[in-house]
Design a protein around this ligand. Sequence first.
Ligand SMILES: [Zn+2]
Length: 376
Amino acid sequence: MHIVRHPLASATPGTTHELVSLHYGTPGQGPKVTIQGSLHADEVPGMLVAHHLRSHLDALEAAGRLRGEVVLVPMANPLGVGQWVLRGFQGRFELHSGENFNRHFVNLTDAVLDRVMDRLGADAAENVRLVRGALREAVAALGASSPLESLRKTLLGLAIDADVVLDLHCDGEAQLHLYTTPQTWPGDGQLLARCIGAELALLAERSGGDPFDEACSMVWPQLAERLGPGKPLPPACMAATIELRGEADVRHDLAAADAQGIVNFLIQRGVVAPEGGVPPVLPPLKREATPLAGSIPVVAPTGGMVVFLQVPGASVVAGQPLVDLIDPLTGQVTTLGAPVDGLFFARDLRRFAVAGMSLGKVAGREATRAGSLLSA
Ligand SMILES: [Zn+2]
């Protein structure tokens, strides 16, 4: 393993930040996997899973079991980890710009087409090789004058040519779930869900807002669409955002199991040789994937105290009471019901609401939402 330190653009004289990446295996030999923890800096479970993964990868490399390259970014947001305001950890939005750290990753489709359109041909494998080269060039050519732009460029540079990208996040209070694209289902997305024991997978091609995972994966089908049948291009990058339960679920037993699940996925994908040549037996899929457009938020119509009536993991029917909103001055209780039949899989960590706030999410089977599908 070798460590690479990436200095980020500085905002002001006298201040510097750096991103640190750990590199296992040999670049160019076998599949490449990039795994990053806690791009939303206050979502600590990702960093702890990366900590456990590091021990696995050290041991696997020492045992000669790596068949590919693994890039591990154990703390993907060195800017956000320092954002503390009045004793509160603010790791989701950059304080300077107000931008969500996991949005606005650039779509490189046009930049890649400009570079390789004339050179692509009938050989799909050669096309993948050429597109990967063009993706690397396109990221290197991105401007990045602010620390935030510099962070996004550096993260994209570590992942844009990978076969597999795993972005480790968490929700407020939630079951283990993941977001990925319909192209991976059934396929690598489903395999990942089984390996890590995900309770739910939410599928979307364009969730809106340009998150990191989609910038890595969706460029491939978008390119293929523009190339047409004479120039075949497979979807060569599978990317997923894994939501490692809730913010407070920072526990060694959970992180150890999650890291082992990811290693099992790497074995299935041929990045790690199985111990004794026998791949581990995988648990069955816990739940069929549902559309992200069918995940419906429970929105507070007024402010007030929040008393949940269901825990994450409850199967609910439309109208079933989920949460009481209580006005402490009038004593009025507003009970909010489930917006749809489905799985109540995540809820907010806070217990006082302001009007318009999303208090939780129910995953239904039917896609009923349009536009931007992610929360702010
Ligand atoms: Zn997140």
